[in-house]
Ligand binder design. Structure first.
Ligand code: ADP
Ligand code: ADP
Ligand code: MG
Length: 467
């Protein structure tokens, strides 16, 4: 079993990993930038090592500093969390070379899944349905125009190295394509240092449904149900739920089995997520990408399956076999998560860092809050704006939604502005309550939802009461 783990991340996910390690009797080493010297993981870890200044490129992405810290403190493993180095195949390889266990898949599996355009051909070969689009990358505007003509407009130009909803541009006609292509490439280069693009047909009014998988080194691969992450703004998730609602059992099973094939196709080990789009008829699903790491929204799967995914990651990385077979995975109840971000919806969602002057988190039966904030702490402008993940778990979907509304009524944070009120409005919207919201729901309803003067109770809930 792993004995001492370096947590190569920050914020709520660093704390989440630290908690799992402590419960398993694994020593922890936190790393931090100058901006995070007083953070909770630094205060709670067995040891803490400063790895550089605030800028992520100089600290949380500084591979040498992290490897040096791991060796100097006698760690045998490194947990990368999400973002930062979590999907960096070279880093995974270097860890292995240096005799450190990377708590995630091999560099080779990350490479296969992470090049999003190449992954599409691999998935097709593994009999996993993929979104119609280009075979491989589109390297010139002419390539892109040809692929778009074949797929049929509207299309999406997407960065092969993409993540976090960036490097994606919609394009409705051949006239629009050259400008969209140039814009997407520039954004991809700025975000990922790689501007390779590919092209997909835009699936109209789809739902984003993803499947959680676990794989060990003995070839066992299982799936732990699905999550609906359709409530998105600018391709970034805001509210997620598990299991996905209004999905036929047969489609659910086919998606779960396709996710297992996807994991096997890249030689996967550890926890991962296979993301799909489901068409508006609820009949077809298409592979979008595989995220080779723990996902932000992993907690709702934990609530409905009772499986601690981070502990499973640590067990798998230690060389142990999966504890459960597919038949032993059963789901109980329904869970909803709201990502509370430090951003101001009234000012085009500009980020709102600052000092937390007063904080009260909801609690009670079936409530979980994953957050790194405390009274008096400072939310740094250097990193992403996630302030807290509020999760509610109840026997039925409607009870989980009601519990989440209650949670947000209690949630209090002073000193920074958040999107909590917006989330509260969404939880009252009939399309959300009925469980048939798609990925365009939030953009379409945003103006109405931001009219906080209207009371949430004014939404017509008829048709939603039977959920
Ligand atoms: P999830 O799919 O787990 O919901 P997100 O897409 O919200 O994940 O991304 C989780 C975090 O990781 C965010 O902070 C995001 O900015 C970051 N992230 C995701 N993909 C990448 C990437 N390829 N490079 C850098 N950061 C990324
Ligand atoms: P990222 O790596 O940034 O997470 P994804 O490929 O997962 O990128 O796409 C992010 C989001 O963009 C999806 O959740 C979905 O809402 C939207 N999207 C991506 N591809 C398509 C598509 N072909 N048609 C419609 N929407 C899409
Ligand atoms: Mg994605």
């Amino acid at each position: 079993m792993l004995k001492r783990v370096l947590i190569a991340n920050r914020g709520e996910i660093a704390l989440r990993i630290l908690r799992a390690c402590r419960e398993m009797g694994i020593d922890t080493v936190a790393v931090y930038s100058d901006a995070d010297a007083e953070s909770l993981p630094v205060q709670l870890a067995g040891r803490a090592v400063c790895i550089g200044p605030a800028k992520a490129a100089d600290s949380y992405l500084n591979q040498n500093a992290i490897l040096t810290a791991a060796k100097a403190t006698g760690c045998d493993g490194i947990h990368p969390g999400y973002g930062f180095l979590s999907e960096n195949a070279d880093f995974a390889d270097t860890c292995a070379k240096e005799g450190l266990i990377f708590i995630g898949p091999s560099g080779s599996a990350i490479r296969k899944a992470g090049a999003k355009s190449a992954a599409r051909s691999l998935m097709r070969a593994a009999n996993v349905p993929v979104t119609p689009g280009s075979d491989g990358p589109v390297r010139t505007v002419e390539d892109a125009l040809a692929a778009a003509k074949q797929a049929g407009y509207p299309v999406l130009l997407k960065a092969s190295a993409g993540g976090g909803g960036r490097g994606i541009r919609r394009c409705d006609s051949a006239e629009e394509l050259p400008a969209a292509y140039a814009e997407a490439k520039t954004e991809a280069m700025a975000c990922f240092g790689n501007d390779e693009m590919y092209l997909e047909k835009l699936v109209l009014r789809p739902r984003h449904i993803e499947v959680q998988v676990l794989a060990d080194r003995f070839g066992h691969v299982i799936y732990l149900g699905d999550r609906d992450c359709s409530i998105q703004r600018r391709n970034q998730k805001l509210i997620e739920e598990a299991p996905a609602w209004n999905l036929s059992d047969s489609l659910r099973k086919r998606m779960g089995e396709a996710a297992v094939r996807a994991a096997k196709a890249v030689g996967y080990e550890n926890a991962g997520t296979v993301e799909f789009l489901v068409d508006s008829a609820g009949e077809h699903f298409y592979f979008m990408e595989m995220n080779t790491r723990i996902q932000v929204e992993h907690g709702i799967t934990e609530l409905v399956t009772g499986v601690d995914l981070v502990k499973e990651q640590l067990r798998i990385a230690s060389g142990l076999a999966l504890e459960k077979t597919q038949e032993e995975i059963s789901l109980s109840g329904h869970a909803v998560e709201c990502r509370i971000n430090a951003e101001n919806p009234a000012q085009n969602f500009c980020s709102s860092p600052g000092t937390v002057e007063f904080l009260h988190f909801p609690s009670g039966m079936g409530v979980r809050v994953d957050s790194c904030l405390y009274n008096g702490c400072t939310l740094s402008p250097y990193y992403d704006s996630l302030a807290a993940k509020v999760m509610a778990h109840a026997p039925t979907r409607l009870e989980a939604i009601r519990k989440m509304r209650r949670c947000l009524e209690e949630f209090t944070i002073e000193g920074i502005t958040t999107n909590a009120e917006l989330a509260y409005q969404i939880l009252h919207h009939p399309a959300f309550v009925r469980g048939n919201a798609t990925t365009v729901f939030l953009e379409e309803q945003l103006t109405a939802l931001l009219d906080f003067s209207r009371k949430a109770d004014d939404f017509d809930l008829s048709g939603g009461a039977d959920v």
